[in-house]
Design a binder for this molecule. Structure first.
Ligand SMILES: [Zn+2]
Length: 379
């Protein structure tokens, strides 16, 4: 009788998975999962990935539109911050930013030398450099943590979030540990739920993480607030393992070879060209260089359709997000430049005001770097 039942399995929620990030002024309750899969040995509970934005392909549903096609940055550093693998797109971004700065300065000087007023000279130079400025503005490096979590409804997902949320989680973790010998939020049996909240906008975006607590009545009849239990059952752990490996999954982040990145970085950037490179890209089943596909026969990426759709939705949302931050940075830079130019003209010094170019990720802050190279001894 029961034998017949044993011959049936449960449909596995594999292939498709959800990646989510917090929108402005939103919060969510999550249960962090202990280090798993390829992160297990290193004891890491999330992976930090860098992605390049700036290339687009045609939207297959509406060919009049394009959609972003980010890909993983190839740059790698060792513990001493020495670059061990160089990324062609990173080099190209540096070259373009420098060339823009130089061109603006040279052209402004040239115009001024011919007797044109400074403001007009700057405007003319900016106009002449518009194309390169657009390139620089549209190419950027996005850095996020990818953290496997259980959602409040018991489903599993990948939380994609900036470093600020990673720091907030570590803070909450320490608070729980310090709190009367509390256990680790990651602990399979004694872990906790965390409420992650995103507040503010642009440069003032902040993240907080708090341990979820609940009211209870103690044995002595008194009321108390205690950490809400979040034990993970074997069944839940099994479901968690259906999530992709955040470190190695190609479903999560598009990976191109160095040659492919170089072709993109120094190519025309047209949607057709980007599409051709992407379709060639790192396909294990690719039958050699394929002919450039026409829009009608363009094939979808070789990964599960569900996750691909979900992933690209996230990419577009993230794009808007980062755009707001970039605009805030540009406003600040413009303000700074205006102030600098005002003080310079007050001194009547010949000044060449170039449009400040602020890369979105100009440096990695110390603890961000430390988080990428955790020392097992320092906990
Ligand atoms: Zn790069």
């Amino acid at each position: 009788m029961s034998n017949v039942r044993e011959q049936f399995g449960k449909p596995r929620e594999g292939g498709g998975f959800t990646t989510f990030s917090l929108k402005e002024d939103a919060s969510t309750i999550i249960r962090l999962l202990p280090p798993m899969k390829s992160l297990k040995e290193a004891g890491k509970w999330g992976e930090y990935h860098k992605q390049h934005f700036g290339y687009e392909v045609r939207n297959q549903r509406d060919p009049s539109k394009t959609m972003p096609r980010p890909f993983m940055c190839l740059e790698e550093q060792d513990e001493n911050r020495l670059t061990t693998v160089s990324c062609p797109e990173c080099r190209r971004m540096e070259e373009q930013a420098q060339a823009l700065k130089d061109d603006l300065a040279t052209m402004t000087e040239k115009h001024k030398a011919s007797g044109i007023p400074a403001a007009v000279a700057e405007k003319k130079a900016a106009e002449a450099c518009a194309e390169r400025a657009k390139w620089v503005d549209g190419h950027r490096l996005d850095k996020k943590w990818y953290i496997p979590v259980m959602m409040e409804d018991g489903s599993f997902a990948i939380f994609r979030t900036p470093h600020a949320a990673f720091k907030a989680i570590n803070k909450a973790r320490k608070e729980m540990r310090d709190d009367n010998g509390g256990s680790d939020v990651f602990d399979i049996d004694a872990g906790a739920w965390l409420k992650i909240t995103r507040t503010g906008t642009g440069l003032n975006t902040d993240y907080t993480a708090t341990i979820v607590k609940e009211a209870t009545v103690l044995a002595n009849g008194k009321r108390a607030t205690v950490v809400k239990p979040a034990p993970l059952s074997d069944e839940q752990l099994g479901q968690a393992l259906a999530l992709p490996d955040v470190k190695t999954s190609t479903q999560l982040i598009r990976r191109l070879t160095s040659d492919q990145v170089r072709v993109l970085a120094y190519g025309s950037g047209s949607p057709e060209e980007v599409e051709a490179v992407m379709n060639m890209a790192g396909r294990p089943d690719a039958p050699g260089p394929s002919p450039r596909p026409s829009p009608a026969q363009a094939r979808p990426a070789p990964v599960a359709v569900v996750s691909q759709v979900q992933a690209s939705v996230v990419e577009e949302e993230e794009d808007a997000d980062e755009k707001a931050i970039r605009e805030a940075q540009a406003r600040m830079a413009a303000k700074k430049a205006a102030a600098a130019s005002a003080s310079a003209s007050a001194k009547a010094a010949p000044s060449v005001k170039t449009k400040a170019i602020l890369p979105l990720d100009d440096d990695i802050d110390e603890d961000e770097f430390a988080a990428r190279f955790p020392r097992p001894s320092a906990s």
